[in-house]
Design a protein around this ligand. Structure first.
Ligand SMILES: C[S@@+](CC[C@H](N)C(=O)[O-])C[C@H]1O[C@@H](n2cnc3c(N)ncnc32)[C@H](O)[C@@H]1O
Length: 232
């Protein structure tokens, strides 16, 4: 609908409202720095991002306003966990949703045994399609809530992005972390507050939290990675 104030005002009004499902969008392009960062994994990460561009919205995995920032806000943001992964062993990503950060981890660390836990059938179908299409042979998919995996093994690192606040995440994952292992949570700038609020859970579950600010190679805002290491 026109504002009646000319094309520039119409465009500004549309932008202010934000993009809606099905509206055309300009896919974000990876910079040279991003290509270099992902190195030999870049082609598979790009394949995953292209799948999200084509199907993420219609399959209800990515919100309409996110479609123009799949590299910066999603692929690159998820890669902030990479320095906090174990040298070898098992990683469990809970609440993987569209595959973040689990698919990025599986692509960038083919040497790790990566498990994805996602309770929603529709999202699991998507994850299964991604695993098949990219040809990832180091991923096991569990259609399950994190709580349902208790007693079925423990991972060296449990990852989570946008699943729950720190207190809840600790309660959900504590029985899934191997002795000496860690919970690695991707957070925004509220990370220090969330860690403070989780003081009781951290103590009772013998976890020591450290917050790492990871600058983005694509945007000004940093990502905060909260590493909660099991101390006993
Ligand atoms: C907001 S989405 C985030 C998805 C993805 N991690 C990301 O960053 O795009 C939260 C996801 O957590 C899943 N989830 C909710 N409760 C869960 C639980 N108890 N255990 C595992 N996953 C859960 C939801 O089904 C959903 O896919």
């Amino acid at each position: 609908m026109s504002t009646g104030m000319g094309p520039a005002a119409d465009a500004a009004a549309a932008e202010a409202k934000g993009r809606r499902v099905g509206d055309p969008f300009a896919p974000e392009q990876p910079t040279d720095e991003v290509r270099e960062f992902f190195g030999s994994s870049f082609a598979d990460v790009e394949h995953f991002v292209r799948m999200l561009e084509e199907e993420g919205e219609i399959r209800g995995l990515v919100g309409p306003r996110e479609m123009e920032r799949l590299w910066s806000r999603h692929a690159v943001n998820s890669a902030a966990v990479l320095p906090f992964l174990p040298r070898s062993g098992q990683v469990l990503d809970i609440g993987s949703g569209a595959g973040l950060p689990g698919i990025i981890i599986a692509i960038c660390r083919p040497d790790l045994d990566v498990h994805l836990a996602e309770p929603m059938a529709r999202r699991c179908e998507w994850l299964s399609d991604v695993i098949d299409e990219i040809g990832l042979d180091n991923v096991t998919l569990h259609q399950a809530r994190a709580e349902e995996l208790r007693g079925k093994g423990r991972a060296d690192v449990v990852t989570a992005r946008a699943v729950a606040n720190m207190s809840k995440l600790i309660r959900m994952t504590t029985k899934l972390i191997a002795p000496g292992g860690s919970l690695v949570a991707l957070k925004g700038r509220r990370a220090p507050l969330e860690v403070e609020e989780a003081a009781r859970e951290l103590k009772s579950h013998h976890l020591a939290a450290k917050i790492h600010e990871v600058p983005s190679i694509m945007e000004e805002e940093s990502t905060f990675v909260v590493v909660c290491k099991r101390t006993k």
